[in-house]
Design a protein around this ligand. Structure first.
Ligand code: AMP
Ligand code: MN
Ligand code: MN
Ligand code: MN
Length: 287
């Protein structure tokens, strides 16, 4: 099983990089990409654990991007964690998160929810501050029953804890990934609120800028999305990726090691990767 999208405590996951790798190994994953939001500092720890657990680790990252006033996520696979431009580019995206979190907290204050910034920060410890950390606080205080409903009620556009934020441009994100030797993948396209015309524009622009693949099978997609985005990939000559987008027990749409196979017309992004040789024929068949 190959899983090219997962998070650790370096961003908003619940497991440390080493724990995540161990969990992946125990779930039957043989090739794993660690793709923390806007941060690659977990990769060194993950690499050590991967060697112990006979897992091929793919160096990854998930970059937050603003495109036509919308937030998109671009996954970089096989990036070079030592690349200076990548490191400084990611550091600058991370910088804006603290002020954004303060604004989110002010919005929540207005509906009578106090101390959200401090609480979210303590959930985040030393990692980047994300909406997921606010969600954990709000669930703990029983403002909603789970992360999913808390997002709907408080943390999405139009709700009290949401603030617009300018992330990296699509072009910069793709360039940073490619210039460090990586492959740019459009993450969970089915999750964006984008109608067909704009989706066609996005895919056209993504490909023109050097994007190479889109996630077809991900924890954020329905079975109908698998079919839809396999078609888009084919239409644009883009490769297909798959990943659980695992964040941890209880806060993920999908566990690890449970991904359905890519639709048959897809060209897997890992087709010519040496790491993928690890996958046995049998594994590929059930995968
Ligand atoms: P941020 O990068 O701070 O905007 O946080 C986004 C993170 O929140 C995503 O990476 C997901 O982990 C999580 N998230 C976003 N939307 C939802 C949702 N509707 N339900 C559950 N988690 C979500
Ligand atoms: Mn996340
Ligand atoms: Mn994402
Ligand atoms: Mn993700």
């Amino acid at each position: 099983m190959i899983d090219l999208h997962a998070h650790s405590t370096v961003s908003d996951g619940l497991l440390s990089p080493a724990e995540l790798v161990m969990h992946a190994a125990n779930s039957g994953v043989r090739v794993l990409a660690l793709t923390d939001h806007d941060d690659i500092s977990g990769l060194a720890e993950a690499r050590v654990a991967a060697a112990e657990h006979d897992i091929a680790l793919v160096n990854g990252v998930e970059i937050s991007v603003t495109w036509k006033k919308r937030t998109l996520h671009i996954v970089g696979l096989k990036v070079n964690p030592e690349d200076a431009a990548l490191k400084s580019g990611l550091a600058s995206v991370r910088l804006g998160r603290i002020e954004r979190a303060r604004q989110m907290s002010l919005g929540l204050e207005k509906v009578g929810i106090h101390g959200a910034f401090e609480a979210a920060s303590s959930f985040a410890e030393n990692s980047i501050l994300t909406r997921m950390h606010f969600a954990r606080f709000l669930v703990e205080k029983q403002y909603a029953k789970d992360a999913k409903s808390v997002f709907k009620k408080y943390l999405v556009k139009g709700k009290p804890g949401y603030v617009d934020h300018e992330w990296m441009s699509l072009e910069s994100a793709i360039n940073l990934i490619r210039n460090s030797g990586g492959v740019a993948v459009l993450a969970h396209p089915g999750r964006y609120d984008i109608k067909r015309t704009n989706m066609l524009l996005l895919l056209e622009e993504f490909r023109a800028l050097g994007g190479e693949a889109i996630e077809v099978v991900t924890g954020s997609h329905t079975a109908a999305h698998y079919v839809e985005f396999a078609k888009y990939a084919q239409l644009f000559g883009l490769k297909a990726s798959q990943g659980s987008d695992y964040h941890g027990h209880g806060i993920s749409f999908m566990g690890m090691g449970r991904l359905p196979a890519l639709p048959s017309q897809c060209v897997p992004v890992w087709l010519d990767w040496p790491e993928a040789q690890l996958l046995s024929v049998a594994d590929n068949l059930i995968n």
